[in-house]
Design a protein around this ligand. Structure first.
Ligand SMILES: Nc1ncnc2c1ncn2[C@@H]1O[C@H](COP(=O)(O)OP(=O)(O)OP(=O)(O)O)[C@@H](O)[C@H]1O
Ligand SMILES: [Mg+2]
Length: 597
């Protein structure tokens, strides 16, 4: 299983070794170009202004260029400006290299999260909060991005600047340098303590973002329902409450993390003031020249940003660890199981025979904690046995809640089950991937879902079908008139969840989808319940040829639909309580179905 850890991120970074080395080399050159600038101060101050021994100027006038003080000052100025320009250009190049690496890493992370989500089991999906998942994919991955970009672009360069500056300081005045370098870690130690709480605060802030996002997306998702129940005030108040909590956490994180950074900066500045005072004392009581003292001041400043970067790295690391923890909750979502040996029992067959043997099923538990407790889940299906021949037409009837939809979902491979076996064309379900079953057996849902897209997309779901195939599906599904009346025909947007269509029209869209996907077996789960008897009859007449050779299972509450079946199974509280041909069942009792349907 993929897990997001700092180690795994660094491992990903190693794949960009070449770019990283090049980027860091560019960065080092860019930094060196500016870090050497303070070394010119002693030349200008000591050699040119105070007229001390002219080591450097003498060397320049002998080997390179002879000039007066004015000429040398202007010369050094131009040289320094050129160094700064070159350094800026190189640092732009460096940013470009590092940004593309960090964005690539976060892109890959999003892709692997999406790939994992794609295979998540239906059981996980049922308890998933959409807003929470999206917030992790956006906010937390963004936090990781911040970590990656600071680590790769700043950490190495900052460390190098610190090393370079330390060496120069030691060279200028080793006693003073030692004093500075030994006191610096105290500052760092102090800030480590401060950073501990920052990760926790960031986690709380991101959690608040997640809660706000889930609440808002659920409210918007069910807006229609909410309006129908006249509960806008209640639901939006809930979202506002979450917004308020988010504000409080953000304020908490915002000012406390800033305070922590400022406090460490304050300590650093205090140290700087002490170092400055000690340097002045060194000029007064030792052989340190004024120019070298000024150079030390400059190096203290040069060290400010890298020291801060190194200090901030702890905060960034703490927040990245927090983000990883949250991202991992997505990677921990259970995926659909894959059988060790995979067979395709559907290949080469035009229909499917389904044999259900001693099937027992209960739904999974909601949360992880519950798993540890005693298993008190009720069986929704108990010892189901069914024999459905290839190409036969079977009906399943039963009262509401008797387990018909659950059984259909299992037959098409939505849920794995613990006990019993189902044989598809004689092959056990233990050897068939759930996705293979779904590809061949089509379940038309009781309440089909539509995308907020065009009618065409809702029929094809993005697959490329010929116009002829689409027209055929429309004809069979009795959608011709419906589409004819839409302002842009097939290119009309159907609105959120197909709001512009009636319930019966949505059911017909689902049937057209099924026709287009050309399955080997079809399960109608009350999928024509919203149609009037007349349209339903026309629909089944049109479907007759299409379904002729396929295996068909119909779940319906209408006697007319069931009577045309070849065989009927009667479910009651998760058990098959009766089965037989319609004639056999009717023979038993004329009013057999009327009590049930
Ligand atoms: N995802 C689920 N998680 C937990 N329990 C579920 C789930 N779906 C259904 N159930 C339970 O399983 C039982 C059977 O439900 P099912 O939807 O299969 O009945 P049904 O026969 O299709 O009913 P209806 O005729 O109303 O559609 C019900 O008691 C229901 O509460
Ligand atoms: Mg149902």
């Amino acid at each position: 299983m993929i897990i997001c850890t700092i180690k795994s991120i660094i491992h990903k970074l190693t794949k960009y070794r070449k770019e990283l080395i090049f980027g860091n080399m560019v960065a080092v050159v860019a930094t060196l170009l500016v870090v050497i600038i303070p070394l010119f101060i002693p030349i200008i101050v000591d050699e040119l202004l105070l007229g001390k021994d002219h080591h450097f100027i003498r060397w320049v006038s002998e080997h390179l260029w002879k000039s007066d003080t004015k000429g040398y000052v202007i010369g050094i100025l131009v040289f320094i400006l050129l160094l700064r320009l070159l350094s800026t250009l190189l640092s732009i190049l460096q940013t470009k290299i590092f940004v593309s690496i960090s964005k690539n890493i976060t892109y890959q992370m999003r892709v692997s999260l999406l790939e994992h989500l794609k295979k998540v089991s239906l059981k996980e999906y049922e308890t998933m909060r959409v807003g929470a998942v999206t917030s992790k994919l956006v906010t937390d991955v963004e936090t990781i991005d911040g970590f990656v970009s600071t680590t790769i672009s700043k950490l190495i360069v900052s460390t190098l600047i610190l090393i370079f500056s330390s060496v120069v300081l030691l060279w200028i005045h080793w006693q003073l340098a030692l004093f500075i370098l030994l006191t610096n870690p105290i500052v760092v130690l102090f800030t480590v303590k401060l950073s501990r709480n920052i990760g926790k605060l960031k986690r709380e802030e991101n959690k608040a973002v997640e809660l706000f996002q889930s609440s808002l997306s659920e409210t918007l998702e069910l807006f229609h329902q909410i309006k129908a129940a006249n509960k806008e005030t209640y639901f939006f108040k809930e979202s506002e409450k979450k917004a308020k909590e988010l504000k409080e956490h953000s304020v908490n994180y915002g000012y406390k993390s800033d305070a922590a950074m400022k406090l460490s900066y304050l300590i650093f500045l205090s140290g700087y003031e002490v170092f400055r005072a000690v340097s002045i004392l060194a000029v007064a009581y030792s052989d340190l020249s004024v120019g070298l003292m000024l150079a030390i001041f400059s190096y203290l400043w040069v060290m400010v940003t890298p020291t801060q970067d190194v200090i901030n790295f702890q905060y960034v690391l703490a927040t990245a660890k927090a983000a990883c923890k949250r991202i991992n909750t997505i990677f921990e979502m259970e995926q659909e199981p894959l059988p060790p040996v995979q067979k395709d029992p559907f290949k080469g067959h035009s229909a499917v025979s389904i044999e259900v043997c001693h099937l027992c099923f209960r739904y999974a538990k909601g949360s992880n904690n519950e798993r540890e407790k005693e298993d008190t889940r009720e069986y929704i299906l108990e010892n189901i046995n069914m024999h459905i021949n290839a190409g036969s037409k079977v009906a399943i009837v039963g009262a509401s809640g008797s387990g018909k939809t659950t059984l259909s979902n299992i037959l098409v491979g939505f849920y794995p089950f613990e006990q019993g076996e189902i044989f598809y064309n004689g092959v056990s379900n233990k050897e068939v991937a759930l996705s293979t079953i779904r590809e061949n057996i089509y379940l038309i849902l009781q309440h089909p879902k539509l995308f907020n897209d065009t009618m065409r997309f809702n029929l094809t779901l993005g697959n490329a079908y010929s116009d002829e195939a689409i027209e055929n599906a429309i004809r069979i599904a009795q959608l011709g008139d419906v589409i004819g009346r839409l302002e842009n025909g097939l290119d009309t947007l159907v609105g959120k969840d197909g709001i512009k269509l009636s319930g019966g029209q949505r059911q017909r869209v689902a049937i057209a989808r099924m026709v287009l996907s050309n399955p080997k077996a079809v399960i109608f789960d009350e999928s024509t319940s919203a149609l009037d008897v007349h349209t339903e009859a026309k629909l089944f007449e049109a479907l007759h040829d299409f379904l002729a050779k396929r295996t068909v299972i119909t779940i319906a509450h209408r006697l007319s639909t069931i009577k045309s079946a070849e065989y009927i199974y009667v479910l009651e509280e998760g058990k098959v309580v009766d089965n037989g041909t319609p004639a056999q069942l009717l023979e038993k009792d004329e009013s057999y179905f009327s009590a049930m349907l």
